[in-house]
Design a protein around this ligand. Sequence first.
Ligand code: NOJ
Length: 764
Amino acid sequence: MKPNLTVAIVCFLIGLNACQNPNTTHSETRSSSITSVVDVEQKVETLLKQMTLEEKIGQMNQYSGFWDLTGPAPSNGDAAKKYEHLRKGYVGSMLNLRGVENVRKIQKIAVEETRLGIPLIIGFDVIHGYETLSPIPLAESASWDLEAIKKSAEVAAEEAAAAGINWTFAPMVDISRDARWGRVMEGAGEDPYLGSKIAFARVQGFQGSDLSKHTTLAACAKHFAAYGFAESGREYNTADVGTSTLNNIIFPPFQATIDAGVRTFMNSFSELNGIPATGNSYLQRDILKDKWEFDGFVVSDWGSIEEMISHGYAKDNKHAAQIAANAGSDMDMESYLYVNELADLVREGKVKQAYIDDAAKRILRVKFELGLFEDPYKYCDAQREKEVIGQQAFHDACLDMAKKSIVLLKNENQLLPLKKQGQKIALIGALATDKTSPLGNWRIAAKDNTAVSVLEGMQAYTGNQLTYAKGADVSLGNTEFTVEVNINTTDKSEFPQAIAVAKTADVVVMVLGEIGYQSGEGRSRTELGLPGVQQELLEAIYKVNKNIVLVLNNGRPLVLNWHQEHLPAIVEAWQLGTQSGNAIAQVLYGDYNPSGKLPMSFPRAVGQIPIYYNYKNTGRPTLPAPGKVFWSHYQDVENSPLYPFGYGLSYTTFEYSSLQAQAVSDKEVTVSVTLKNSGKLTGKEVVQLYIRDHYASVTRPVRELKGFELVSLEPNESKEISFTLTEKELGFYNNQGDFVLEPGDFSIFVGGDSNAKLETKITL
Ligand code: NOJ
């Protein structure tokens, strides 16, 4: 074939200006028919053949935008260099770039000024919304409502995509058993089964059924792997995890994202068993790409390639780039090492050309799937941006999700719901008027002061006399990059006024907890009480009025012993996003009956951490007789958490009965149970099924969640709920990494939390 003809065919096949001379401008829209005629793989191959080594490596290079950093900027990260690289085609992706005008400007450089005109993929941390925020992911997980969670991700995707973004660094699917770790707010809690279901729902929500739509985003499962097992809950710390925990606890949610078709993965800042995740070929090549057959791409975390030098794993920059590329990290986020070092490493034979081709292919594949080659500006419609962002429908969805995320922890003497008429209500606490903290830590595109505060939410109920008093601040500050958030205020000057207001009230609603930046990345804590003087304020108010409803705003489990012992009502309201105050008010006033259940255990003491419901029995599990010493326990605090995983109350009550299980084969068990709404209000209950495999070649936890269903019942209504347990639920990974179902005795428990009392047994 003559060269010119080859060139023409290549241009037709891949639908871009790969073959144009550098001066040719690129048309902004492309024929969509090309995608349907030629499949993505063929296009990727065709394009790859046109690329120089440097251009392939360019695809593997990701830069942050020139503002809004979400990590420490490397000293050599000057904008001029970034522009120069962009123009040469040495940049495959940008992050922290948002807004149609900004994205279009940068995309235009990639498409019109580079030799091949390959569009950029634009990544952003769309974690629980873009500008209109849903509850933090931990809170959403408390809903156990997979449809609602999926919808929340859909909304986030649609709004972010309207701002020029096409890739989100979410969901974070790291399991964590440690509330000291600030990032528990971004995950689904401690359980791999619930975590897997939620991971699947979130990926489906972000990506939809068609990635090329302008309303969907490519998702990113992060942080692969074991970031949530940072020792002592200290951010970025080492993880040292055995095979059984890795396979049975940490991996399953990541596998679930693959099942859902996730297109990208992010590795982790942390090391796992001595090897940094970024340089870990067991994780990235053996498990992810080979065993799980993942054909999307892996992005490093911010600067994590370079950080392998600090880990003590790489000698210098060049060595770090070599290790990461060989280990299967396809894209370098802000280390600048691939763009600076990889070409030489390939020429010197230290990194295989095949690895570069593979990485570039993976990245191009996702770009084709997003439809970026058909229209690189498909996410850049200024009119759509104006119409879509902040839509009422998004606010409605966020409100719905926020109500579903609230967990009622205690409600004595039916203090809740509040009466709507004739009451004097005192509302106390700085968080009650805070319109920023409910947005949480991940709010890069949201505007400060845009959440509905609790005060505003409660003001919508006009039948009572509502009086607000701050009482005290939570800390000295509330901004992203300052340390003041962790410095406690000692100012008690406003206590007297709050006490005076409380004295004459029928009910005191106290909104206490953490400000938005007291959880999240880099926000580990060693104490899990109420920060600052809030506890003192609470006890001072309690002295004058015991009728307290404690509303908690926080991004992690807290230690709440005093509160459980003394207060009549406690509502876990997390950080609920833009509609926070409305959701809280509707729950307090009974216009919404809470149904949330905790996705993490709440400890009695920080010293119990890591604490989780699916622990191992040990050889000495139970107290032999009063006063005995040699069994697995603490001297000062009992073993159990204060509130167990799966726990949460409703304004109505539920009764469980008639639990039955039957082995229909040696690999399948059917289970049924009757649930009755025994209270006076319509309500929802999360029916939870746990198993215990009594003996196995690798010891199994005392309980494992293996099924749940969200059921809505009218007062006095009963319903039979059925579950089917298959090999998938009954088996486990052994220490060779094989999934096995071993015959033996199993207990099955069903109930409203992980302490479920109803039990039946089967033998397989
Ligand atoms: C660091 C975080 O660990 C990661 O989750 C995030 O996506 C990147 N920064 C980009 O902001």
